[in-house]
Design a protein around this ligand. Structure first.
Ligand SMILES: CC(C)(COP(=O)(O)OP(=O)(O)OC[C@H]1O[C@@H](n2cnc3c(N)ncnc32)[C@H](O)[C@@H]1OP(=O)(O)O)[C@@H](O)C(=O)NCCC(=O)NCCS
Length: 183
């Protein structure tokens, strides 16, 4: 059975990063991340264009945690935890399959430094060891080469392609699914 109790919030540390809860005070930073066109290119969700949009998103993230429906960590530098520049987490749980969908993103100023590959290791460890997941699934837009690269390097296996899975802003979007099983 999955353990979806995230109270108290489980902060995670890596060599360079502190992964912590997204707080109301992060609204402006979150707006810069979720409002960035380049960062959102392959994420079929409305952009957070204002601080109010970002605050509303933080409320949704917080209730996901409280209700055990999702968990997202803000990505910050361990030496500057107030400044968040990305997010990583389990955006959906499928308890009957002991499975979760992982998601991640960084502001483009922070790309190419290996931050998500570093964070994903701790988030996976938490998922397999604390939440009791058997399978972690990742869904990407097939055009998202940077995200695929991370998954393949981190030993995810291609599972399936779903063509025209959804329509976003009048565009039909395909999805590639990748999975990693508990060792
Ligand atoms: C996908 C993403 C999370 C990668 O995270 P990251 O911490 O930058 O990962 P890495 O440092 O390992 O870089 C991965 C690849 O990104 C590419 N990359 C790095 N910096 C880049 C830049 N400034 N511009 C374009 N691509 C860049 C490189 O191809 C790199 O591969 P390499 O190591 O062979 O050079 C990040 O690009 C991102 O946040 N993208 C937008 C959000 C997104 O698409 N999330 C995934 C949704 S499924």
């Amino acid at each position: 059975m999955l353990n979806l109790n995230f109270n108290p919030f489980p902060e995670l540390k890596t060599e360079r990063l502190l992964l912590r809860q997204v707080l109301p005070a992060d609204a402006e930073s979150l707006m810069k991340i979720r409002g960035n066109e380049e960062a959102m290119r392959y994420i079929p969700r409305p952009r957070s264009k204002t601080v109010e949009d970002a605050s509303a998103m933080i409320e949704v993230l917080t209730s996901g945690i409280t209700e055990g429906k999702s968990i997202n960590w803000a990505i910050s530098n361990i030496e500057d935890p107030l400044q968040i520049f990305g997010m990583i987490g389990y955006v959906n749980f499928y308890p009957e399959q002991c499975k979760a969908e992982i998601g991640y993103m960084l502001h483009p100023d922070y790309w190419g430094k290996g931050y998500v590959p570093e964070a994903i290791l701790e988030v996976e460890k938490f998922g397999f060891e604390q939440i009791n997941l058997e399978i972690i699934e990742a869904k990407i837009d097939p055009r998202n080469d940077n995200s695929r690269k991370i998954l393949l390097r981190n030993h995810y296996q291609f599972d399936r392609l779903v063509e025209k899975e959804m329509t976003f802003q009048e565009e039909e979007i395909d999805s590639e699914y990748y999975i990693k099983n508990k060792q």
